[in-house]
Design a protein. Sequence first.
Length: 127
Amino acid sequence: MITLCRICDEPFNAKRVNQTICSHQCRQENRHIIYKRNYKGSYHKVSPTKKVCVICKSDFETNNNSQKCCGKECSNTNRLNISRKLYHDGRKSKQEEKKSPKKPVDNYWLVPGTISSNRISSPMGGA
């Protein structure tokens, strides 16, 4: 069956019904076209923005919106500071829990009428 190549528009003898490309070079060109169509738009370049480092307060440019530090040293320092802060905040909240008096638990599972004079009586008739 003679068909036209989708890339170079030359006639060729197709071995299969769905074959639309004539040669290896056209196949590579087709892959390149598909790649550009599918992926080129999703990976657009972002223009660099100026930011101030949260550690050393120096100016730096970055393409990454989530970057907060100018380099490795400041980044490592920031990571340590964040982990220390989280650790100490967790310790403070645990210490506050220990200091604060616990609220009495509501006895919602008891049947009404089974509590008499601060003593819980059993529904089975026991003490």
